[in-house]
Design a protein around this ligand. Structure first.
Ligand code: COA
Length: 187
């Protein structure tokens, strides 16, 4: 069984970023990122009220990491550990073997390679946990997001056609990327 985020040592450092678990002092700035409709145009969820956000806080703490650049919150990374798909009789061995990554970079920090640096660290975190595979997905129109996945060396595996319903009321194409532990080791 792979390790979890709780088993790793925090914070972690990249060239410019300090990556740490979410703490109560982060609430205001995370709320700003998660309630901004423009920033969340392509993300799964935008929080409309502080109450909704508060109700989700405990779940966010288990999956979200904060990235600081010179002490300022530059973005967050979601590291969601999941069971990999398996046949029922080997389900125990697939438990916790996959991580889904997600990320948002604060507007002031965009355009400077921060997402690339953060997602690269997300891959290191997931594979340090010992998982078999890391996945991430986005709307096909979210060019910035899939470019980041390509820059960190993830493989485009899926292009779905009008499978994702957007809050704009339209069905959009989706892209799925992945990297395996052995591919990460080779890099
Ligand atoms: C998408 C996002 C994460 C990019 O963050 P960033 O720190 O600006 O990205 P980087 O600087 O690491 O850029 C990586 C590559 O993507 C490109 N890129 C970034 N944003 C882009 C955009 N909006 N359109 C086209 N290309 C873009 C960069 O030019 C760079 O490619 P290059 O090196 O070939 O020039 C950021 O704009 C963001 O948080 N957006 C809102 C939230 C979101 O959509 N998250 C992803 C949900 S799946």
């Amino acid at each position: 069984m792979p390790r979890t985020l709780d088993d790793l040592t925090w914070p972690r450092r990249t060239e410019r970023l300090t990556v740490a678990r979410l703490s109560p002092e982060d609430a205001d700035v995370v709320w700003e990122l998660k309630s901004d409709p423009a920033l969340n145009r392509w993300t799964t969820r935008v929080y409309a009220t502080r109450e909704e956000f508060r109700a989700d806080w405990d779940a966010l703490v288990t999956t979200h990491l904060m990235a600081r650049w010179d002490g300022r919150l530059a973005g967050y990374l979601m590291v969601k550990q999941q069971d990999a798909w398996s046949q029922a009789d080997v389900a125990e061995r697939a438990r916790g073997q996959q991580v889904e990554l997600g990320w948002v970079v604060a507007p002031w920090a965009q355009g400077q390679g921060i997402a690339t640096e953060l997602v690269r660290e997300g891959l290191s975190i997931a594979f340090d946990m010992g998982v078999h595979r890391v996945e991430a997905s986005c709307f096909a129109e979210n060019t910035g997001s899939w470019k980041v996945m390509e820059k960190v060396g993830m493989r485009r595996e899926i292009h779905t056609v009008k499978e994702s319903l957007h809050r704009d009321g339209q069905w959009h194409d989706g892209l799925g990327y992945a990297m395996l532990a052995e591919e990460h080791r080779e890099r």
